[in-house]
Design a protein around this ligand. Structure first.
Ligand code: OSB
Ligand code: MG
Length: 368
């Protein structure tokens, strides 16, 4: 595929309800959408960088800069047979995995459309529907949290993750466990603790959680090992794992027993695939994380989560959990068995509603 032209869109999409994590609260989710043109086809990609550098150092601003000044010029006019060839070209740029992942997603969409194959088929996905759960932000107080979870359970979600932070952790999780003794429950700290403060989470070890996600900083692999040694509950790493190399080192070290795969964080679907393959070979469970994606990124996550090693439910909820209106014409809904169907059309299998896209765009720029 010879990439002839790229259009960047900086989106801001109002959320159905504010999403609060240990790193902040947001009422709208930003991202950079990429529209790429090759051989008469249009391919879409989503870069999951948000407005603020709370989850990761990348932001919509840095991604825009890196895409416009470095990544787009490196690929325009070049012919790519696959994602590996694209990544070889992008390797001159250090870091900025989210910006790279957006471009790689767009190439997969183009390749799928050219070959008449769905992303699921191209990646080797084996499931037509994938098990999902919902990620619940920090709520006003414990009663509000119980109400929010009850509401999601009534909608059919069979796995709940709650966001925690220091002072808003054990009481919240224990209250949920008491109310729902058999619920598949997990927590995510988004790096809010240190080796000095993480002892506060020790009581979570008696609450039968599926996992504890990213208690410490992203570069604290060794300290995660110390935490894992003290707990029976599996530690799951999210922010720490940017590549298959990180995954191998974390597993060798015993820093975690489960990995959250987000292709958007790892520089692209090809790296997500590599982490999946590594973990599958070692019998390490993985699941697909989310970044409040639009329908474009959600389609990509569903295809990835259909791979055989994804044995835990993903953070891939129905479109209505995030947005009143999405920018894709396709809307994802929850099946009664807490699954969502994987798109079957060529490439990502979604189409973009241009009117909605323009309405949510803060800026648009064409690069050729
Ligand atoms: O840490 O998993 C995370 C959202 C934004 C940034 C980081 C995270 C999340 C989520 C939401 O947990 C998952 C989703 O439903 O998309
Ligand atoms: Mg996380």
């Amino acid at each position: 595929m010879k990439i002839e032209r790229i259009v960047l869109y900086h989106l801001s999409m109002p959320l159905v309800s504010p999403f609060e994590t240990s790193f902040g609260r947001s009422e709208a989710r930003e991202c950079v959408l990429l529209e790429t043109f090759a051989d008469g086809l249009v391919g879409w990609g989503e870069c999951v960088a948000d407005r603020d550098p709370g989850y990761a150092y990348e932001t919509t601003g840095t991604a825009w800069h890196i895409l416009k000044e470095f990544l787009a010029p490196a690929v325009l006019g070049e012919d790519f047979a696959d994602a590996t060839a694209l990544q070889a070209r992008l390797s001159a740029v250090r870091g900025h995995p989210m910006a790279k992942a957006g471009l790689e997603m767009a190439l997969w969409d183009l390749l799928g459309k050219a070959q008449g194959r769905s992303l699921r088929q191209m990646l080797g996905g084996v499931r037509e529907r994938v098990e999902v759960g919902v990620s619940v932000g920090i709520q006003e107080d414990v009663p509000a949290l119980l109400r929010a979870v009850e509401d999601y359970l009534a909608q059919g979600y069979q796995r709940i993750k709650i966001k925690i932070k220091p002072g808003r952790d054990v009481a919240e999780t224990a209250a949920l466990r008491k109310e729902f003794p058999h619920l598949r429950l997990q927590v995510d700290a988004n790096s809010a603790y240190t080796i000095e403060t993480v002892g506060a989470l020790q009581p979570l070890d008696d609450l039968n959680l599926l996992l504890i996600e990213q208690p410490l900083n992203e570069d604290d692999l060794w300290d995660h090992r110390l935490v894992q040694q003290r707990m029976r509950t599996p530690i799951c790493l999210d922010e720490s794992i940017l590549s298959a190399r990180h995954a191998r080192q974390a597993l060798e070290m015993g820093a975690c027993r489960i990995i959250n795969i987000k292709a958007g964080r790892m520089g692209g679907l090809s790296q997500g695939l590599a982490v999946h393959d590594l973990c599958q070979a070692q019998n390490v469970p993985v699941w697909c994380g989310g970044m409040l994606e639009t329908g474009v990124g959600r389609a990509s996550n569903l295809a990835l989560a259909s791979l055989p090693g994804f044995t835990l439910p993903g953070d891939i909820s129905a479109s209505a959990r995030y947005y009143h209106e999405d920018i894709t014409n396709e809307i994802f809904t929850l099946n009664p068995d807490s699954t969502i169907d994987v798109p079957e059309g060529p490439g990502l299998g979604v189409t973009v509603n241009r009117e909605a896209l323009e309405r949510y765009s803060l800026r648009r720029e064409e690069i050729r």
